[in-house]
Design a protein around this ligand. Sequence first.
Ligand SMILES: NC(=O)c1ccc[n+]([C@@H]2O[C@H](COP(=O)([O-])OP(=O)(O)OC[C@H]3O[C@@H](n4cnc5c(N)ncnc54)[C@H](O)[C@@H]3O)[C@@H](O)[C@H]2O)c1
Length: 418
Amino acid sequence: MTAAPAAPAAPPDTDFGLALIGCGGFGSYVLDAVRDIPGLRVVVCADAERDRAAALAARCGPTVVVRKTVGEAVSVPGVDVVVLATPPVAHADAAVTALRAGKHVFCEKPIALTLEGAAHVAAEADRAPGVFVVDHVLRYNPILRLLQRLGGEGLLDALRRFSFENDASDEDLGPDHWFWDPARSGGIHIEHGVHFFDAASALMGSVPVEVQGTAVRRDGGPVDIVVATATHPGGGVATHTHSFTHAHRAERQLMRLDYGFAEARVTGWIPTFATITAWTDDAGAARWERLPDRAADLLTVPGLRPHGHERITVAVTRGAGSDRPASGRGVTRTVPHRVDCVIDLGGEPRKPYVYAESVRAAMTDLLHCAVHGTAPVADARAGLAAVAVAEAATRSAQTGGRALPVTAPTTGTVGGAD
Ligand SMILES: NC(=O)c1ccc[n+]([C@@H]2O[C@H](COP(=O)([O-])OP(=O)(O)OC[C@H]3O[C@@H](n4cnc5c(N)ncnc54)[C@H](O)[C@@H]3O)[C@@H](O)[C@H]2O)c1
């Protein structure tokens, strides 16, 4: 069954002026992803390299103002939303500057290089009138939303294990790129791992209590492989492996989710395809079989425009297992039927589409919250919690690999989606 295109979120009823700080690769990507949102217009492009800001401003229209710093950008009349897309080292100070100027902030991840810096940003976001969204794009991915919804409906049990294997590319990361310099990026767990620490927290519904880290250095070079094992309260474990050692064509990612009687396998770092296998009873089989008709609702993310070819298929093999009770980890059920479910957003060829639309959905969330006074899905607390896990994993690796406690707030929207 194909998902019918769902209506995008209602456009905000206010006119928002946007200032982009950091006009490099991802800043211009974000701008392209959000600039057709109704009610949003680009007012300022700012970059420490003024020529970069000028080139992007010229693409956006003749009235766009060019600046060098966030301080200069927030004083331009008509700026309501500040997008921060500088390298990570500049995020925390810039976020505080923009929040204190009364602006809404759309901050690239990580929100800061350190737990201390992230806590400072989160405290400022709590006090400030503006909405703060961290661009944890996975929070706005339709497949992960669907998994959260199936959990909420009881079709999936609590997640026991989250395992993410990321064979990422280093092909465009030359030796002088800021990515390899922990003083500017924070290292792999902080620069990139935060996406997945946050996704694991959203899917588990909790922030881990402790984490153990490992870091592997390439011969004579920087750390390019990191592993973290995070223990969540209530008996869940998440393992995260990131290996920035591949050619683009050899990139691959797998998120494996163990729900006990069900397993999900999600592929792509921007998820575009997933399978779920589950064991169920008669009533459960009937509920799984209704999912294809509910595809549009289950995959809805406000602000993300479906391309119209999203699919959920479900096949139930009745009597695939014995009808005697089966048990695992002390849970006993009579579940003779096997469910094979496929969620297909178009696979790898649709990654650019889903990625850009997820960024658009994150900005839509910010604007919606600015108009209605509600809290965004990927808020500063989510950004803080992810940095807390990432920093503890990094320190653990640097200090012999002993598990360290995660000192992060347990409040906030870690499980939030709908
Ligand atoms: N959410 C995602 O999926 C995602 C994906 C890629 C990158 N990112 C994030 O986007 C951010 C930018 O990454 P990028 O690849 O575009 O980097 P980049 O190096 O291509 O661009 C950064 C730009 O910021 C400018 N700059 C640096 N310091 C500045 C300052 N203090 N004030 C103003 N401008 C400054 C630089 O001149 C440069 O033009 C990073 O935080 C990165 O982690 C997020």
